[in-house]
Ligand binder design. Structure first.
Ligand SMILES: Nc1ncnc2c1ncn2[C@@H]1O[C@H](COP(=O)(O)OP(=O)(O)OP(=O)(O)O)[C@@H](O)[C@H]1O
Length: 275
């Protein structure tokens, strides 16, 4: 099966000469379709850079990046990739419903381009566009559908941004700390909703987080990164049953995974400081 995302010896340097900063060094990563993969690591280890490179918003200085075996820009043009940034970025003059349906209407050439991408063409066309009112309803936003974004709380806006991204039925959904600005209660409820949608739509997710428990709760695989230079130091599969609801927090194995990842993060820090 063609990987959903494949990075081979990817490097990225910002700046030149003595002020050069190695944001990513020799990164190899393979993500199979339908997996939920989190990137975790201290500030500056290159998580967002990696995400932006997969999204085609930046180019890799070295190495190769493929999304369903095409370049990120080809994947972007075929609307294979969805991106949920840290802040929701809804258009303030459009209702929530219009915000989430608008991207489905633009770029009609995307479906044609998608048909040319080998593996995806073989799997057949995309499912019919989902009913966005129903998706909004499932995300608890039925009453907000005809409101403007400014009339919604931050958590509701972020929920709308997630619905918008899923509505495009991307094959790969990239999420850059989507819940970091939210209070714990809202965060946990959005984690539940994201897992429900992901479970139903089987999208591949690459998710950046600073939270160890969020990474363990959500992921099939957690990729641990370290800074200076930005690199992958460990890839840990999370072998916990799904669905992963709140009762998971009571399980010993959940906390063992948290401890393991914290331990790997600390060792990465120690080796970075010693270098
Ligand atoms: N456009 C840029 N120009 C120069 N340096 C940059 C640029 N973008 C990122 N960097 C540097 O590259 C390194 C990796 O940054 P990046 O934002 O990818 O890290 P991160 O792990 O996502 O950090 P955080 O968790 O704080 O968001 C950092 O040292 C950062 O200062």
């Amino acid at each position: 099966m063609t990987p959903a995302v494949q990075l081979t010896s990817v490097g990225k340097v910002y700046g030149y000469g003595p002020s050069a900063m190695i944001a990513l060094n020799d990164v190899d990563l393979t993500i199979e379709p339908g997996r939920f993969v989190s990137l975790i690591g201290p500030s500056g280890c290159g998580k967002s850079t990696l995400l932006r490179i997969v999204a085609g918003l930046e180019s890799a200085g070295r190495g190769e990046v493929r999304v369903h075996d095409v370049t990120p820009s080809e994947a972007g043009a075929a609307k294979l990739i969805g991106l949920v940034p840290q802040t929701p970025a809804l258009l303030p003059w459009l209702s929530v419903l219009k915000n989430v349906t608008l991207p489905q209407k633009i770029n009609p050439g995307a479906a044609r381009r998608r048909q040319r991408i080998g593996d995806l063409a073989e799997r057949g066309g995309r499912k019919p566009a989902p009913d966005m009112l129903e998706l909004l309803d499932r995300a608890g936003l039925a009453d907000a559908a005809h409101k403007l974004p400014a009339q919604l709380s931050g958590g509701m806006q972020q929920r709308a941004a997630i619905v918008r991204a899923f509505g495009l039925q991307p094959d790969v959904l990239l999420m850059d700390e989507p819940f970091s600005a939210l209070d714990e209660f809202t965060r946990e409820s959005l984690q539940d909703q994201l897992l429900d949608l992901w479970d139903e739509l089987k999208t591949t997710v690459l998710f950046v987080t600073h939270s160890v428990s969020e990474a363990v709760r959500m992921s099939d695989t957690v990729v641990v990164m370290a800074p200076r230079p930005g690199r992958i130091v460990d890839v840990i599969d999370i072998d916990l049953p799904r669905p992963r609801n709140q009762r998971l927090f009571e399980e010993r194995r959940f906390h063992e995974y948290e401890d393991l990842i914290r331990d790997r993060l600390h060792s990465a820090w120690r080796s970075t400081d010693a270098a």
